[in-house]
Design a protein around this ligand. Structure first.
Ligand SMILES: C[S@@+](CC[C@H](N)C(=O)[O-])C[C@H]1O[C@@H](n2cnc3c(N)ncnc32)[C@H](O)[C@@H]1O
Length: 261
């Protein structure tokens, strides 16, 4: 398949036309059912719905089309939050992929202030990870190990009983499924393209390094500012990005240095 493609369209039309079993890894960051329009001074996208059933039916149709495009070895990351996460897992992912193909749920915990007065602040997003076939998927732990803290290294070197070996700075650990070390993109961040709900590159780097190899094809059907596409490019992966917003596609073109679609 010709790789690196950018489409400005409702993603369903494109998903129904891409070749079956051609994608190695999928990342999707759809509207979360917040029932508002997300805006920055420069850009906006709508996340307004008649009701939850309408939203779930809309997303189900798209995830079902994506499932057909995935190779037997592929995995999918679906990024969402408290607004609909339970419904997305049970009513969409379990129904399309099967409960037994659920691999994990990554909790992306971010530290930000909260204005909640009558509730606890909501401080995390959920990224569901499913395989098409749980016996065949790719996971490269070596690529995503995170460093031990200097205290842990020192304790292991002192021979404390719970450490089996003496660790060094070169050793790394599995980051687990609760990530606290990745900060959200703020308007004044160096990587900001001023796109509402733009995700950090470090988040995508970890996701893609774990679940894909160089030369693999990433599909992102809700590309927005193109974070996943830019990271795929940096990591020598191919990519297919779709967004229905012309302003999002123009931003992706700029970010990826593409002259025309
Ligand atoms: C949460 S944003 C994605 C942000 C992106 N991950 C980033 O880092 O910039 C969701 C995007 O989905 C797009 N979108 C919503 N409905 C769509 C549809 N049916 N087809 C294609 N794109 C859609 C919106 O225009 C918006 O850019």
């Amino acid at each position: 398949m010709p790789a690196n493609q950018l489409f400005c369209s409702d993603n369903l039309m494109v998903l129904q036309q891409l070749p079956p079993e051609s994608i190695d890894v999928v990342y999707l960051d759809p509207p979360f059912f917040t029932n508002r329009t997300h805006s920055t001074a420069q850009h906006h996208f709508s996340d307004e719905w008649q009701n939850l059933s309408t939203y779930i039916r809309w997303l189900y149709e798209r995830v079902a089309a994506i499932h057909k495009l995935m190779k037997p070895t592929a995995t999918i990351y679906l990024h969402c939050d408290w607004h609909a996460d339970a419904y997305i897992r049970v009513e969409i992912l379990d129904k399309i992929f099967g409960y037994h193909n659920y691999l994990n749920q990554i909790v992306w915990h971010y530290v930000m202030g909260s204005s909640a007065q009558r509730n606890w602040g909501r401080k995390y997003d959920t990224i569901y990870w499913y395989a098409k076939n749980p016996n065949k998927y790719h996971f490269d732990l070596a690529a995503i190990k995170t460093p031990y803290s200097p205290e842990t290294i020192a304790r292991s070197q002192r021979g404390e009983a719970r450490y089996k070996t003496q660790l060094t700075e070169q050793d790394g650990k599995n980051p687990g499924n609760v990530w606290t070390d990745i900060h959200p993109v703020q308007g004044n961040s160096r990587e900001s393209w001023h796109y509402p709900t733009q995700k950090p590159e470090k988040l995508l780097q970890r996701l893609l390094l774990a679940a894909s190899r160089e030369g693999d094809v990433l599909l992102d059907p809700f590309a927005g500012s193109g974070t996943s596409l830019a990271v795929a490019q940096q990591l020598n992966r191919h990519w297919i990005g779709i967004d229905e917003s012309q302003e999002a596609i123009a931003l992706c073109q700029k970010r990826l240095n593409i002259c025309e679609v």
